[in-house]
Design a protein around this ligand. Structure first.
Ligand code: TLP
Length: 359
C-alpha cells in the first residue's frame, strides 16, 4: 500500500505551491472591507480584465459566490431554473431555498447540459398565484455529470433567449478554465453573455482559498453588500489574493495535463471487470464510474480502494467520482489504475468462485 494515498477526491485538495506561499508571505495588504487591500484590488482588476467585464469581487468560496449572485438577481419567492444535478441545488446546503428564499425548478439535462427548448418549457406563465421565474443557472463544467462542457454557441443562445424572455442568467463556472481548455477557447468569449459568472481559484487552478464573481460594475457593487450581509467581508485578504493571482495567471496553462490524466484513467477503468463508464464522455478532469457489477456499493468499493492507497468520493450508491489535479502525476494515475485493477479482478474472481444460488 502506498505510504501517502493518492488523493483523487477532488481538485480542491491541492496544496499551495512554494511560489504561492512566498507570494502570500510577502503580500501587500490593507483592510478589504474599506476596499484598501492592494493585492485583492489587483486580483479583482485582473479577473475583470481576463473576462472582459467592468468589475470582479473576491469571495471566500464558490458556494458563497453562487449564493451572492442568486440573491443579487432575485427576490424571495421567485424560481430558478437549473439542471436536476446542479451543484447549487445538490451541494450548497439548500442555501438557494434556506437563505435566498428561492424555489429551484429542476430540468433533467443530458449529461448536465440544458437546451433552450427544455428551459423555455420550465418558465412559469405570468399568472397570478404562480411563483415567477427570475433566473436560469448553468454549470460549466458540470461536476456531477462528469466534468461535461457546454458548447459555447448553446450557452450563448440560452443567454440571448433568456434575456428576450426577461430572465437573467448566472454561470456556476467553478471549473470554467477546464471548459476553456477543452474547447481551446477563451473564457471571455465563452461567458460574455452571462449576467454573472462565478469561478473558483481553489480548484484546478491551485489556490488554497477563494472564488471570483465577475459582471457589471453595478452588479458587483450589489454583490459586495450581499457578501458582507453573509459574513464574507474579509479584512487583510491580500494574503489569499496573492495566491489567487498566481493561480489565475499560471493555473489555466496546465489544465490540459489533468485532462490527459483523467482520460488515461477512464480508459484504464473501462477495461476492468465490473466497472462501467464511457471513456469517450470524459472531457475534462472528472471521471465518474459505476461499480454496481462488482457486487460492492460505492462506499464499500472506496473503502477497499483506500486500503490500496487510492481515494475517491461516492456520487451515489453505485457511482464513484475521481478528479485529477496538479498534485497528481501520470505515474500516480498509472498506480491508481493498477490498484483498482487488482481490486476489480479480485472481486471478479471471488464472484466467479462463489456457489451459484438456486443451483
Ligand atoms: N465542489 C466540490 C464539492 O462540493 C462537491 C467538489 O469537490 O467538486 N460549484 C461547483 C460546480 C462545484 O464543483 C463546487 C465545489 C462549488 C460550486 C462550490 O465551491 P466551494 O467548495 O468553494 O464552496
Amino acid at each position: 500500500m502506498a505510504a501517502t494515498p493518492i488523493d483523487l477526491r477532488s481538485d480542491t485538495v491541492t496544496k499551495p505551491s512554494p511560489e504561492m506561499r512566498r507570494a502570500m508571505a510577502e503580500a501587500e495588504v490593507g483592510d478589504d472591507v474599506f476596499m484598501e487591500d492592494p493585492t485583492v484590488n489587483r486580483l479583482q482588476a485582473r479577473a475583470a480584465e481576463i473576462f472582459g467585464r467592468e468589475a470582479a469581487l473576491f469571495v471566500p468560496s464558490g458556494s458563497m459566490g453562487n449564493l451572492v449572485c442568486l440573491i443579487a438577481h432575485t427576490r424571495p419567492g421567485q424560481e430558478v431554473i437549473c439542471d436536476e444535478n446542479a451543484h447549487i441545488y445538490s451541494y450548497e446546503m439548500a442555501a438557494m431555498a434556506g437563505v435566498a428564499g428561492l424555489l429551484p425548478r429542476l430540468v433533467p439535462g443530458e449529461d448536465g447540459i440544458l437546451t433552450w427548448e427544455q428551459i423555455s418549457r420550465a418558465i412559469r406563465p405570468r399568472m397570478y398565484a404562480r411563483a415567477q421565474t427570475a433566473l436560469v443557472c448553468l454549470e460549466n463544467t458540470h461536476n456531477m455529470a462528469g466534468g461535461t462542457v457546454y458548447p459555447t454557441r448553446l450557452a450563448q443562445e440560452i443567454c440571448e433567449r433568456a434575456h428576450e424572455a426577461g430572465l437573467l442568467v448566472h454561470l456556476d463556472g467553478s471549473r470554467i478554465f477546464n471548459a476553456a481548455t477543452f474547447l481551446h477557447e477563451h473564457v471571455r468569449g465563452m461567458t460574455g453573455k452571462f449576467d454573472s459568472v462565478q469561478f473558483c481559484l481553489s480548484k484546478g487552478l491551485g489556490a488554497p482559498v477563494g472564488s471570483m464573481i465577475v459582471g457589471s460594475g453595478a452588479l458587483i457593487e450589489r454583490c459586495r453588500s450581499i457578501r458582507k450581509l453573509l459574513g464574507g467581508g474579509m479584512r487583510q485578504a491580500g494574503v489569499l489574493a496573492a495566491a489567487g493571482l498566481i493561480a489565475l495567471e499560471k493555473g489555466p496553462q496546465r489544465l490540459g495535463i489533468d485532462h490527459e490524466n483523467a482520460t488515461l484513467l477512464a480508459h484504464e477503468l473501462a477495461r476492468m471487470p465490473g466497472i462501467r463508464l464511457n471513456p469517450a464522455k470524459v472531457q475534462t478532469n472528472i471521471v465518474i464510474y459505476d461499480v454496481r457489477e462488482t457486487g460492492l456499493s460505492s462506499a464499500e468499493f472506496l473503502a477497499e480502494s483506500a486500503r490500496r492507497g487510492v481515494l475517491g468520493v461516492p456520487v451515489d450508491r453505485d457511482k464513484i467520482r475521481m478528479v485529477t489535479h496538479l498534485d497528481v502525476s501520470r505515474a500516480d494515475v498509472e498506480r491508481v489504475a493498477a490498484a483498482i485493477c487488482e481490486l476489480a479482478e479480485s472481486l471478479s474472481l471471488s464472484r466467479a468462485s462463489a456457489p451459484m444460488k438456486n443451483a
